[in-house]
Design a protein around this ligand. Structure first.
Ligand SMILES: C[S@@+](CC[C@H](N)C(=O)[O-])C[C@H]1O[C@@H](n2cnc3c(N)ncnc32)[C@H](O)[C@@H]1O
Length: 502
């Protein structure tokens, strides 16, 4: 692996996380804080593919984490990000690798959109052409077998992830290839011309592609749902409206079947992410392990939740007379560069939350609970771009490989950004959150490892907390961004190292 940045305190490797044991010594790392892929093909990204299914994905992550366990000190903790939908995969991989699962820290956020299908609308959109679609997919499957091909090879030829499965299935989601895909597909199958019946059906199905069935046009439009954000308004005007429960049109069912299922959807509003807290087995007792290796405990004192000071509270009340105490960074001070360490603060809980989630909680039960949890401001564009404004700017759609306004831009992943920027990584984490997580599990001056460093948020946070940092990332564009952000955080230290390296 190629080391892009090296000072006494920071190293960044361009390469595969599965090779971590080739670049780091056994028992050399104090803590792992990492945000791995979730296996959901996030925004069409190949790095987030499921590697061929549940078992393959778990085997892959378990292999990486087994090597990470080898470089971690006995009793060292890891905080590993996971999405609720595939969190059990991540936890299984961690256990298989040899970690003990200790807890799950929930991060609550209020900004996710429900990516829900309107069941009633879907019924009226249905087309009655499935038999014909399956006729085409059966034919493609037969030709594939005759040509001695596999779906994986077809996908590889197109650079797709799983599409060939839809083109060849008799199952639930058959798909006729787009017009643009046919010439290459026929070439792969070794066929000069489509048989007459298949050609006739295919041309009609391709022309109807993306168009709803006739009942859709019989639904009476009664208005539009309220749209919270400019992105949602944009999507409602130009995007795949029917995928969104918010920002979608209001209309009346056209058929009895659609009437029966009016009000039904398929997804909840995403409002939580997991950080799985796990530990490499101790050598002996906690007391013995901590003294020998400096690992094994959690830094409770440094992560307490400060009580709001009287000045903060009265300043806040003056701004919001008559309202329940709002949750702001002015009150909690959590995202300030120097977090107050208050021995009398609240014991850190296994919940953190962003401003929107805090306001929701506070509105439901005024003054009740939000202030008990670590509050994290959402990362701003300025925070994401800090240190890398000299790198090229990429627009939102270009940055995440999606069309502007498409459903994929409307991501359930917290911190997911459709805004583009100099740091155009689509899942940049908040520095305040990463600082708190690093501080919780790393002994003073210890070394933090991020196996999936992305744009380097863990590294910036670890360095800001005075820790050492080692990051691995396999995408060279992201390494360049992480390198710039880390250098900015290191300041003159990085310049000196650069000079020494010649
Ligand atoms: C969810 S992102 C991390 C984003 C990061 N937390 C940030 O704030 O920028 C996961 C990253 O893992 C990288 N990745 C995926 N598979 C990898 C592998 N086998 N080795 C190293 N990096 C990998 C991807 O390129 C992606 O940037």
């Amino acid at each position: 692996m190629k080391n892009k940045l090296l000072t006494d305190r920071a190293a960044l490797f361009l390469g595969d996380a599965a090779r971590v044991d080739a670049v780091l010594a056994p028992n050399s790392i104090d803590a792992i804080v990492t945000d791995p892929p979730a296996g959901i093909g996030f925004m069409g990204r190949e790095w987030d593919s499921d590697k061929g299914g549940r078992d393959a994905w778990v085997t892959w992550l378990a292999d990486v984490m087994r090597k990470a366990l080898y470089v971690l000190k006995p009793g060292g903790h890891a905080l590993v990000w996971a999405l609720p939908r595939t969190s059990h995969w991540t936890a299984t991989a961690l256990e298989d690798a040899g970690f003990e699962i200790r807890d799950v820290v929930l991060h609550l956020f209020g900004t996710g959109f429900p990516k829900s299908l309107d069941v009633s609308q879907a019924i009226d959109k249905q087309k009655r052409n499935m038999d014909e679609v399956r006729l085409v997919t059966r034919w493609i499957a037969e030709m594939r077998d005759l040509a001695g091909l596999t779906n994986a090879r077809i996908d590889a030829a197109f650079g797709h992830n799983g599409m060939a499965g839809h083109w060849t299935t008799q199952g639930a989601q058959p798909e006729v290839p787009h017009a643009a895909h046919w010439p290459k597909l026929l070439e792969l199958l070794g066929i000069d011309e489509l048989p007459e019946t298949i050609r006739e059906i295919t041309e009609r199905l391709v022309a109807e592609k993306g168009k709803p069935g006739p009942n859709w046009f019989r639904r009476a439009i009664t208005g539009h749902h309220e749209m919270a954000s400019p992105v949602q308004r944009w999507i409602a005007r130009h995007g795949h409206r029917a995928n969104l429960s918010n920002g979608a049109r209001r209309d009346e069912p056209a058929t009895d079947a659609a009437r029966e299922w009016a009000g039904w959807g398929t997804a909840l509003k995403p409002a939580v992410e997991h950080w799985i807290l796990c530990r490499k087995p101790l050598m002996g007792t906690v007391a013995a392990n901590v003294q020998q290796w400096r690992t094994g405990g959690l830094n409770v004192a440094a992560c307490r939740i400060p009580h709001a000071s009287p000045e903060d509270l009265s300043a806040s009340k003056a701004r919001n007379p008559g309202r329940a105490e709002p949750v702001t960074s002015a009150v909690y001070g959590a995202s300030r560069p120097q977090q107050r360490i208050d021995e009398s603060g609240r014991w850190p809980a296994n919940v953190t939350l962003d401003e929107a989630a805090a306001e929701l909680l506070d509105a439901q039960a005024p003054g009740s609970g939000a202030s008990r949890f670590f509050y994290v401001a959402k990362p701003t564009r300025t925070e994401r771009d800090e240190g890398c404004t000299h790198l090229p700017f990429r627009s939102g759609a270009g940055a995440c490989g999606r069309k502007e306004g498409s459903a994929g831009m409307n991501s359930p992943r917290a911190g997911a950004t459709s805004g583009g920027g100099h740091n155009h990584h689509p899942t940049v984490k908040s520095i305040a959150l990463m600082r708190w997580l690093c501080r919780l599990i790393t002994p003073p001056g210890g070394a933090v490892l991020d196996l999936f460093a992305g744009s380097g948020s863990t590294g910036v946070a670890a360095l800001a907390e005075g820790f050492e940092f080692v990051g691995i990332e396999r995408d060279s564009d992201y390494v360049e961004i992480a390198n710039a952000r880390l250098r900015h955080e290191l300041g003159p230290e990085a310049e000196t190292a650069q000079t020494n390296m010649g």
